[in-house]
Every structure is written in C-alpha cells, then in structure tokens.
Design a protein around this ligand. Structure first.
Ligand code: B12
Length: 351
C-alpha cells in the first residue's frame, strides 16, 4: 500500500474532498442531470460524495482499482436497500467524475480514469444475492444467532448470560467467543444494517451487549500471572469502533500484560503522551475503514517523535487483505487478528 505513484492526485483528493463533494452534491441536487434528481437531498449526496472521494484517494494510494469498485458497490447496495434505483448511483458517479476532471489540474487527472472505469463496470454487474449467513453451520453460529435473537427481545442481560453459561459449561472456549461468536454476531448486524434490515439502535444494542460480555469474560477468567510488560492499544483518531480493540486487549490481559486499552478514537498526540508516560513495551493501533489508514501513519509518527524506538503493531479491518503495509506506515508489524497480535507482541518484546 501507499508510497503512491500519484502523490499529487492523492493529496488533492484528500485535502479538497469536502469541497469537491460540495460541488458534485450541489449539481446533483440543484442542477441535476436526469436520474440523480429527486433522489435524496444535498446533505445525503455531500456525505456520499465525500466518502467516495476519500475512498478513491485510499484506493489510488494502494494502487487498487477493485478496492474503489468495492466501495461503489457497497454504496449502490446501501442505496438500493433504501429504495434508490441502481441507475441513480451510476449517474451520480458520472457527475463526480466530471467534477473531478474539471477541478483537478491536468496532470492529476489521468490516474483516476482506470478507477472510474472499474467502478462503472462493477455497477453494470447485477448485485450478488445476499449471503444466507448465520445459518447455524457450527456451534459458534448457533450461539451468535441465539445471542442476537435474545437481544431482539430486549433481553441484554439474558443474552450475555447465555454465552457466559456456555463458557462455564465448557460448551465453548473463551477464545472462541472472542474471535468467533462476537465478531460473527456483529458482522451479521453490520450486514443487516447495510441492507436496511437493522437500525442503528439495533446495532447499538448489540454493541453494548458485546462490551458487557467482554467485561464479564474478563471478570470470570482466572487472574493471569503478570509478565512485567505493558501494552497500550487504541483505535486510531476518527475511528469510533472499539469492540475489536477491546478483544485484542483481552488477549493481552489474559496473557499477563499490564494492558491499557484506550478504546476508540484516540488523538495522535495523546496516544504519544500516554505511551511515554507508561513507558509502554508495545503500542497497538487499529483502524476499521480504508480511509483511516493515513491517520494510523500520523499516530505512528507522533508516537515516534517522543519514543523513537517504540515497538508498534497495526491491525484491524482496514488492513484486511493488505500485506506488507507495516513498514510503509512506520510500524514494526501488522497483525492479522488478536492472537497474531499477541504472538507478534511476544516476539517483538523478547527481541
Ligand atoms: C458496531 C458498528 C459501528 C458502531 C461502533 C460502536 C462501537 N462502540 O464500536 C458505530 C455506530 C459507531 C459505527 C459507525 C460507523 N460504521 Co460501523 N460497524 C459496526 C459493526 C456492525 C460492528 C463492528 C464490530 O465491532 N465488529 C466486530 C469486531 C470484533 O470486528 P473488527 O472490528 O473487525 O475487529 C476484529 C479485527 O478487525 C481485529 N481488530 C480490530 N481492531 C484491531 C486493533 C488492533 C490493534 C489489532 C491488532 C486488531 C484489531 O480484531 C477483531 C477480532 O477479530 C460493523 C460490521 C462489521 N463487519 O464489523 C460495522 C462497519 C464496520 N461499519 C461500517 C460503516 C460504513 C460505518 C460508518 C461509516 C457508518 C456511517 N455512515 O456513519 C461509521 C464510521 C464511524 C467512524 N468514523 O469510525 C461498515 C464499514 C464498511 C467499509 N469497510 O467501508 C461496516 C463493515 C458495516 C457494513 N457491513 O457495511 N459502526
């Protein structure tokens, strides 16, 4: 990823995303071409356009046309689920393409062509039928489904107890709950939300229950033997997802590390200061969205300004299917999952 071949294009897209989005959204809303008209208001199009421009910058940075096409497809499916025709996004994308062509200096425009082509081709394909998931293919699925259906009835305490009892009765391990049941339940809610079948409130209920469950698991686990090491972990500035990093923290805590989990959205300088304050052996920085990887770079830089030799691991959904980005971002390693993060952390501090 990154070390982009097109730094001017990427920088202009990132720094002017809001402005370009405003131009495209006002055309779509106030002087619309057929199709975009009457299909949402200015604020909605502004938000979609800004996200698409930032995603475009991230995809160009990674040299990956399909990454942008994936996001366009994701937007198409979200809009479809909310009653907007597929053609609307196609027209909206053409509008965005025209705005960027007019606005960018001529040398910054050419790299965008293949990205818009890939996105447009993707929109010509039929939406894939949605997967019939959480169907109970194994015990983890069954438990994730039972957890969610108990939440649906408004019984958060019962849903947490259901999983805790399964652990107590040795029907499932703590680890399988943390890296199997919880992620599957939340991913399911996420897909349902994307497809317009779950509300944000329902997602919040599931997230709150997941947090309670992680706490409960920590309380019922035998006290680990302290290993004298300190790990600090956080999601990067701007990332409001925190369940993943809390799961990572659970792995370190259960392994005996002094574990300081900052949760979501830590400003870069505050992360740097707290790292110095606690003389951490290891810092873990997570990001969920592709567009948040640049903030990871900034956080690493801030930490290294005060602790030049700090061991740093990056991870989270923003790094899925991206190999070899640790070095480029200035980190020591990239973790594929919480267990891998712990293994890497142990190796790094052992020298
Ligand atoms: C809950 C949730 C929210 C909540 C978060 C609340 C909270 N307290 O966490 C709220 C409502 C805030 C939210 C907001 C948004 N969300 Co959201 N969210 C989710 C949801 C449903 C669950 C997230 C979760 O906890 N997953 C379970 C955990 C265990 O999985 P995970 O985070 O991937 O973590 C695992 C690994 O990645 C790794 N890991 C995670 N962090 C770290 C850190 C380190 C250091 C390491 C080593 C490893 C690691 O370990 C974990 C265990 O395996 C997901 C669906 C999904 N597929 O995850 C969508 C999802 C992530 N959200 C999505 C979106 C689009 C958004 C918004 C942009 C929506 C909007 N328009 O506002 C905003 C962005 C907010 C922001 N600026 O960050 C999309 C992202 C799509 C994409 N890739 O572009 C998803 C995938 C939903 C979907 N299906 O479309 N969201």
């Amino acid at each position: 990823m990154a070390s982009t071949k097109f730094p001017l294009t990427v920088t202009l897209l990132r720094t002017s995303a809001r402005g370009f989005a405003a131009v495209a959204a006002s055309r779509a809303t106030f002087a619309p071409s057929d199709g975009v008209k009457a299909s949402g208001d200015y604020a909605m199009w502004h938000a979609h356009y800004e996200t698409l421009i930032l995603e475009l910058a991230a995809a160009i940075d990674d040299g990956n046309e399909e990454q942008f096409a994936d996001k366009v497809e994701w937007t198409r499916d979200a809009l479809n689920a909310r009653g907007l025709d597929s053609d609307v996004l196609k027209t909206a994308l053409e509008e965005l393409c025209a705005v960027l062509k007019e606005s960018l200096p001529s040398q910054a425009w050419p790299p965008l062509v293949s990205f818009f082509d890939a996105a447009s081709k993707r929109l010509d394909q039929q939406p894939a039928p949605s997967e019939d998931d959480l169907v109970g293919k194994d015990d983890l699925d069954v438990l994730a489904r039972d957890f969610l259906s108990t939440l649906e009835g408004g019984h958060s305490a019962k849903a947490v107890a259901l999983v805790v009892d399964a652990i107590r009765m040795d029907r499932i391990s703590t680890k399988d709950v943390l890296v199997g049941v919880l992620p599957r339940a939340l991913e399911y809610i996420g897909r349902q939300w994307h497809l317009g079948a779950a509300t944000v409130a329902e997602e919040h209920i599931a997230t709150q229950a997941a947090g309670r469950l992680i706490e409960q698991i920590m309380l019922m686990s035998p006290e680990p033997v302290a290993n004298g090491r300190t790990a600090i972990m956080t999601m990067v500035e701007g990332d409001n997802h925190d369940i993943g990093v809390r799961i990572v923290a659970a792995f370190f805590e259960l392994d005996g590390w002094k574990t300081i989990c900052l949760g979501a959205n830590s400003p870069a300088n505050d992360l740097a200061n707290i790292t110095q304050h606690f003389e951490a052996d290891l810092v873990l920085i997570g990001a969920t969205l592709n567009t948040q990887r640049e903030a990871v770079r900034r956080s690493i830089k801030a930490v290294r300004e005060v602790c030049p030799n700090q061991a740093i691991i990056v991870g989270g959904a923003a790094f899925t299917n991206l190999e070899g980005c640790a070095e480029d971002l200035g980190a020591n390693a990239q973790a594929l999952n919480p267990e891998h993060a712990l293994q890497l952390g142990q190796e790094i501090v052992a020298g």
